[in-house]
Ligand binder design. Structure first.
Ligand SMILES: Cc1ncc(COP(=O)(O)O)c(C=O)c1O
Length: 310
């Protein structure tokens, strides 16, 4: 992935102000930096014939505000304000497609673990971002390993909140995989069932039916997950979205794929060096993936209410 310095971006929105990229800084004693007390979103905006189109912005905003709730974090910017700021960032920087990163965190005041006296700060940045796991991955699939790290349990932290600090678990799992020459990891939950990827939800296909772990399995309720479930059902598939999936079932699946705003729909071709199905993108994954890209690139009029146009 190329670094920000190679990108043609110059503005970040911070609490009501459009700030020069290089000036968008925080104090080193910021609460969120020490304790991971922030929440965020990752959203894609697609290049379409009708201009840049933000995918499922409303659902991302819902999750953004919901993620703040368990931490008693009061985001004092309305949905309208965040939407206008984002649209203006896209326009000002002349972005046709981009990744959007809304962030809210406890800021600078004191460094007790309690954030009570720290202000809630909010920022939004947008930048160009290609395929997350590589262009080739979308077509040929990725080789993954089951991580030795378990996902934190939803009884320990609210796993349905997209919290900055929780991503050390994702980082450990992902880096362990890459150190071992895999592209990505699959993380099991505390009970040993399949949870998700470090930044992706996971789906399994068997005998033409689709399975994905339920929300009680300590997963993030991915918006691409919801999208894949809807598209698959509309295509006529039976989708079991409350599944409990054992590790062993990964190896014997007909097909496996990841979903995520960054990863989109990425096939998995092997797990722990065991080939999944024929070892290439399977037919169900391909049908769903091609429908997904038809929708997000707006080559169809269907699902237009999923888009916010810049
Ligand atoms: C841990 C985790 N699970 C799942 C997802 C997929 O969620 P979404 O489809 O909303 O991007 C993400 C990415 O945000 C994630 O970080």
């Amino acid at each position: 992935m190329s670094g920000f310095d190679d990108m043609d971006v110059d503005t970040i929105w911070m609490d009501g102000e459009f700030v020069d990229w290089d000036e968008a800084q925080v104090h080193v004693l910021t609460h969120g930096l020490h304790y991971g007390s922030g929440i965020f979103e990752g959203v894609r905006c697609y290049d379409t014939d009708e201009g840049p189109a933000i995918f499922r912005w409303d659902e991302h905003l819902d999750r953004f505000y919901n993620s703040a709730k368990p931490y008693d974090m009061d985001i004092d910017h309305s949905r309208e304000e965040l939407t206008e700021a984002t649209l203006e960032l896209i326009e000002r920087q002349d972005l046709q497609s981009c990744y959007i990163r809304p962030l809210a965190y406890y800021g600078y005041n004191s460094l007790g673990v309690s954030p009570q006296d720290c202000p809630t700060k909010t920022a939004i940045a947008c930048w160009p971002w290609g395929t997350y796991l590589g262009e080739e991955a979308l077509e040929n699939g990725v080789d993954v390993m089951v991580s030795s790290w378990r996902k934190h349990a939803s009884s320990q932290v609210p796993t349905n909140a997209k919290t900055t600090g929780l991503y050390v678990n994702s980082m450990l799992a992902g880096e362990e995989a890459r150190r071992n020459d895999y592209v990505e990891a699959i993380v099991l939950n505390k009970e040993g069932n399949v949870a998700e990827g470090p930044g992706e939800n996971i789906f399994l296909v068997n005998d033409g039916e689709i399975y994905t772990p339920g929300l009680a399995e300590s997963i993030l309720d991915g918006i691409t997950r919801q999208t894949a479930i809807t598209l698959a059902r509309d295509l006529g598939y039976t989708v079991h979205d409350e599944a409990a999936i054992s590790r062993g079932e990964l190896y014997t699946a007909d097909e496996l794929f990841f979903t995520g705003s960054a990863a989109e729909i990425t096939p998995i071709r092997s797990v722990d060096d065991v080939t999944i199905g024929p070892g290439e993108r399977g037919p169900v994954t391909e049908e769903l993936q091609s429908k997904f890209f038809e929708v997000v690139e707006r080559r169809t009029d269907e699902y237009d209410d999923w888009f916010t146009y810049a």
